[in-house]
Each structure stands twice: as C-alpha cells, then as structure tokens.
Design a protein around this ligand. Structure first.
Ligand code: NAD
Length: 424
C-alpha cells in the first residue's frame, strides 16, 4: 500500500503500513501466534459511503465518508469521527487499529474503530455541517450501535456533531439510547470530567514515570507543545502537581521562562485572545523547535504528529517524553531516543485518558445514573495507573521500550479475545 514518488524514487509508507510495522515488531518480540497476527493485520469491516448534501448555494455536493471497524474481540468497537480534507481509507484503517491497541492497553472492554468524512468544516456553514452529519449518521445506521460500534469526536468534530448523530440515530431506531455515542454535551448524557480527561491521563502517566525514575515532581521542570484541549489541561494539571512548566507553545507563538510560566495566567490570556498564545507576556518568545529541545526534565508533545524527528531527537535534553498527541515521534527518532536512554511514554498509553472517560460515559448512560466529577477522576486515575504499571512490567519483562511494551500489553489481551472467540 506504499505510495511511490516516481520523480525522486522516495517510498512513503502509508499510515496503515506503519501501524503494521509496529504491530509486526511486537508480534516478533512476544512470539504472538501467526493466526492472531493475521487477524489483526486485516480490519474486520470497512464501509465507504457517498453523501449528497444540499449546500447553502442551492447546489448538491457529494462528500466521501468512511467507517472502519478494526476489531471487536474485546467488545464493541470504539473510536472517533474525523472531519478533515485528508481523510481517506488508509488513514481510517490506521486510526481504527490504533484504537484497538489503545483500548486494550487501557483495559477497556472495547475493540477499535474510526470514521471520517473528507470535508473542510471551517469552510462550511452550521446548516451544511448539520445536514452532512445527519446524512453520515443515517448512512452508518447499521454500523453504529450501543453494543456494536460507538463513535466519539475527533479532529474537526465536537459535542455539537455528537448531539446531531445521537438525535438522527434515535429518530431512526425510535428510541432514546444515549450510549450509542460518547463525547456528548453534558445535557444529553455526557460525562463530567471528559473535557480534561486526556490531559489528566497525560499528567497521571507523567507522575507514574517520574516515580519510577526517582524524580520528585516538585523539583521537576517540563515543556508542553500545544495549548489546545490536551496541552492546556496537561500544563495546568502538571503545574498543580508542583512541576515547573518552563515552556509552552501553540501554532502562533512559543514561550520560555526559566522561573516557570504561570499557567493560570496563560489560560486566562487565551480566553481573551481567540484561543491563541500570541501576545502572552509570561515568558520570552522562542522558536518552536527550541521548546522541544529545552533544558527540562519532561517534554510533552501535545499538538501534532511527526514533530520529534531524527534531527530533533539528537538535540533533546528531556529525560522523559510523554506523548499527549497521536504519533508525535517518528520511528527513526524512536531509535535515537532509545540510544540516549530517554524514556518515552507512548501515545497509546499516555493519551488513553480520553477514551477511558468515554467508556465511563457509556457505562453511566447504560446505568442511567451519573457520577460526580470527583468519582470520574478517581476511577480514571486508578485506571491509568494500572495501565501504566502493566506496560512498565511488560517493557521490563521483554527488555524493550515502553512503546513496544504497550503494544505487547495490548496484544496479550486481544490475543485472548481472538482465541477464546475462535475461528470459523
Ligand atoms: P486542539 O485542536 O484542541 O489543540 C491543538 C493545539 O496544537 C493548539 O493549541 C494548536 O495551536 C497547536 N498547534 C497546531 N499546530 C502547531 C504547531 N505547528 N506547533 C505548535 N503547536 C501547534 O487538539 P487536541 O484535542 O488538544 O489534540 C492534540 C493532539 O492530541 C492530537 O494529536 C490529537 O489526535 C491528540 N489526542 C487528543 C485527544 C482529545 O481527547 N482531545 C485524545 C487523544 C489524542
């Protein structure tokens, strides 16, 4: 599935190919049975739809939509819906597989799925987005289900789209089943604590790792790239635990302050600046890559994929990297970080807090009984600590990295599901 560029003869791996490469490395390290590996190399279901939508101009536009169910061996598939122009079959297959591993690492009774629509939501009116979202939900009515496949928000979608999908599915099935989707607004059965959950999971993973490394959080320093949902909650929660945040940045500006940045001041600032850090006065402005190579103990990439490249990895000073973003480290950089003995808490472990609280949302919907934010947070922290310790133990047992340890942890669990359910 690799794309070849004739002019330069450069071979670009597809995203699904790179998931397979990491899967195969774990399969080899743990000697997983070839039957199980074969099952996981092939997604269970792949649905492609075309969605005719009446635009505000009075013209009909056709949109491409996808849903991939990678596995259901441990329970119904779980995974977000992405609205972006680069959505394609290869990407949803890769992200669905990633969700299978993430849910298994987090010990959730779920398989993995992912969906998306190729569109640019920033260029569409609210009415166009609503018609597109309802058309997508209707086209997937036989795929989605409270005990089958449970979507959630991802890039370009939010609680608003989840509410439309919930309403459309409820109308089709003539029932009120809020657990068919997570990431809903609180008024429609969303969970308290969901908004900050991914950052909270990154904070818990960081504390667990510092503890293993014998570093006192109150004496530790950190840099956080990205100040959106994941980055801002991570920076706030780490600073509340006494970690000095010396660098923060987003796509508009990056700041450094040796004495520590006042994160609450930064949060107040972004409320007045249209959500961006540009113009913040709490530190000196530095170049974006200087954040990644800052002299801090902990680095949290919480913005984009592939930012820690080979070149950046050579210059990283942090002793610990906790991946808030999905896929921030390239495979080449991984080898360098390993040589430098830098511990990397991988994305499929570190950013699993979001899907963990999505699971809690589903559980609360099924019970029809809702927990306080403190109850959600307590259960979340315990779940993340258990996941961290399982990965740590496997990484040590197999004398490998936390990343491979996380894949091994996931595969051990999924293997049981595949074998217990059996083959035809
Ligand atoms: P977001 O849109 O809320 O925030 C993204 C942030 O990244 C913004 O502050 C943006 O300015 C910044 N950014 C963009 N380009 C940048 C650049 N070139 N340099 C520095 N900063 C840049 O998104 P989010 O929900 O916080 O997601 C961030 C990452 O975390 C993504 O990889 C996402 O897939 C992953 N993730 C998110 C969740 C979740 O619950 N939100 C869960 C798991 C994984």
């Amino acid at each position: 599935m690799s794309a070849h560029t004739a002019a330069s003869q450069v071979v670009h791996e597809s995203m699904f190919d790179s998931v397979l490469a990491r899967l195969d490395a774990a399969v080899k390290a743990m000697n997983l049975s070839e039957e199980v590996a074969q099952v996981l190399r092939n997604p269970q279901k792949l649905v492609k739809v075309s969605l005719p939508v009446m635009m505000d101009s009075g013209k009909v536009q056709i949109f491409e939509g996808y849903r991939c169910v990678h596995s259901t061996h441990l329970g119904p598939s779980k995974g977000g819906i992405r609205y972006a122009m680069d959505v394609n079959q290869d990407e949803v297959m890769a992200l669905a597989a990633w969700m299978s591993f993430k849910c298994a690492v987090a010990n959730l009774p779920y398989g993995g799925g992912k969906g998306g629509v190729k569109c640019d939501p920033r260029k569409m009116s609210v009415g166009e987005l609503e018609r597109l979202t309802r058309a997508y939900a209707k086209s997937m009515r036989d795929v989605f289900g409270v005990n089958k496949d449970i979507p959630a928000p991802d890039m370009g979608t939010s609680g608003r789209e989840m509410a439309w999908i919930l309403d459309e599915l409820n109308k089709i099935h003539g029932e009120d089943a809020p657990g068919v989707i997570t990431g809903k607004p609180i008024a429609l059965g969303g969970s308290l604590g969901r908004d900050a959950a991914t950052g909270r999971g990154v904070m818990v993973s960081t504390l667990c790792a510092l503890n293993k490394m014998g570093i006192d959080p109150k004496k530790a320093t950190a840099a956080v790239q990205g100040f959106g949902n994941v980055g801002s909650h991570t920076a706030r929660l780490l600073s509340e635990k006494g970690i000095k945040i010396c660098a923060i940045g987003d796509h508009t500006a990056t700041f450094y302050n040796e004495k520590g940045i006042d994160i609450h001041a930064a949060l107040e600032y972004v409320k007045t600046s249209g959500g961006v850090l540009k113009g913040f006065k709490g530190g000196v402005e530095i170049k974006p890559n200087e954040l990644l190579t800052a002299k801090v103990d902990v680095l949290v990439p919480a913005a984009l994929q592939n930012v820690i490249t080979e070149e950046v990895a050579h210059n990283i000073h942090a002793k610990l990297i906790v991946e808030g973003a999905n896929g921030p480290t390239t495979p080449e950089a991984d080898s360098i970080l390993q040589e430098k003995n830098i511990i990397v808490v991988p994305d499929i472990l570190a950013n699993g807090g979001g899907v963990t609280v999505s699971y809690f949302e589903w559980v609360q919907n099924k019970m029809g009984y809702y927990w306080t934010e403190n109850e959600v947070n307590e259960k979340h922290d315990l779940s993340m600590e258990t996941a961290f310790n399982n990965v740590w133990t496997n990484a040590h047992e197999y004398k490998t990295t936390m990343r491979l340890g996380a894949y091994i942890t996931a595969l051990k669990k999924i293997e049981q599901g595949v074998k217990l359910k059996g083959f035809y």
